[in-house]
Write a protein that binds this ligand. Structure first.
Ligand code: PLP
Ligand code: COI
Length: 341
């Protein structure tokens, strides 16, 4: 299979149209058989549920080329389950979990020429999504839906690759208690756009959102969960019912305990505790683990001892172990790797 002529090492996190995408439609209470298509355009009614009331949920995962030349994905069963949970929260029909995995496999295999080579630093990002397609004008769920999967080759999520980030404590909230913060709905991202644009204008890479009820506890950023390392070497990660249950974070907790023998605390983390942390990282499919060097809370700077030039030592071990598992250099726990080719 001849790869596309792409400058893999200089890719950012953007959309590059690939050859094939998967489409399945839901009508009269059931999903059709689904198909791959070359048509990257979606045509829907002007009054479609997704356009009027943002009835859309999505997922994000990646395909990797392993050291021995296979193409694999990482824990797609967890993305299938999370898409189901997201769909149910927005009164949408879930796409069957086994068919979700089959759709991922078909789409990645059909775009094999776009899967970045091993060692290039790039990966193939996979975006499954589901949205209401038929006209809806009173506030109610649609009756018809489309499920799609497209892929795009990507490099690092944050500009400049793996370098410590500077983030700010946001005055905007991301997710209300008992709201939709725990699902992957487009609406959570629409409402974060103003906050991210204003953070960028002020020179920050991202926002740290606090819990809206008390504004004392760390939740997450717009697109990743937090991991901290305490000065006595424990991995500490915020627990909250209004953050997205990150598959990367859940995997790193396992890696920290089972591969690295570290102690892990999943608990409420107060903003006031951060000055006592040694390291901080953002974790997610897109972010992988992006180190944070500094958090600015309304002029007050919290500078992590790991500094602004390198990843902290524990963060680095976590990063190397996780990416080692994903790229086939380190043996994966049973069921984590789905081989496509
Ligand atoms: N938190 C938010 C808000 C996200 O958008 C994402 C990205 O998917 C994550 C966390 C990380 O989740 P995962 O590790 O499953 O990609
Ligand atoms: C992902 O990590 O897959 C996401 O969906 C996060 C998004 C900010 C790109």
């Amino acid at each position: 299979m001849e790869k596309k002529n792409i400058d893999w090492s200089n890719l950012g996190f953007g959309y590059v149209q690939t050859d094939k995408r998967y489409v399945s439609n839901f009508k009269d209470g059931s999903w059709d058989e689904g198909t791959l298509t070359s048509d990257a355009t979606v045509v829907i009614n002007e009054c479609a549920g997704v356009l009027q009331y943002a009835q859309t949920v999505f997922e994000g995962l990646k395909a990797y080329t392993t050291e021995d030349g296979h193409i694999v994905t990482f824990r797609p069963d967890l993305n299938a389950a999370r898409l189901k949970a997201s769909a149910e929260r927005l009164e949408m029909p879930a796409f069957p979990e086994d068919r979700f995995i089959d759709a991922i496999v078909q789409t990645v295999a059909a775009n094999e020429a776009y899967v970045p080579p091993y060692g290039s630093g790039a990966t193939l990002y996979i975006r499954p999504y589901l949205f209401g397609t038929n006209p809806v004008i009173g506030v109610k769920p649609a009756d018809e839906y489309q499920f799609r999967v497209f892929t795009t080759p990507v490099g690092p999520y944050f500009k400049g690759g793996v370098r410590p980030l500077t983030i700010r404590v946001s005055d905007f909230d991301r997710a209300a208690p008992h709201g939709t913060g725990h699902i992957k709905a487009g609406l959570n991202y629409a409402m974060s756009l103003h906050a991210i644009v204003s953070a960028h204008k002020e020179g920050y890479d991202e926002n740290l959102y606090l819990d809206p009820a008390t504004r004392t506890k760390v939740e997450e950023t717009g697109g990743a969960n937090f991991l901290f390392v305490s000065k006595d070497g424990k991995v500490v990660t915020p627990k909250s019912s209004s953050i997205l249950p990150s598959i990367t974070r859940r995997s790193l907790v396992y890696v920290a305990k089972e591969y690295l023998g570290l102690e892990v605390e999943e608990r409420e983390v107060y903003l006031s505790e951060l000055e006592d942390m040694a390291e901080c990282g953002l974790c997610g499919t897109a972010a992988v683990i992006s180190p944070v060097g500094k958090i600015v809370d309304h002029g007050k700077e919290i500078c992590f001892p790991s500094g602004m030039s390198e990843m902290g030592p524990v963060t680095k071990k976590l990063y190397e172990t996780l990416t080692g598992i994903q790229m086939g250099r380190i043996e994966a726990p049973e069921g984590w790797i789905k081989v496509i080719r």
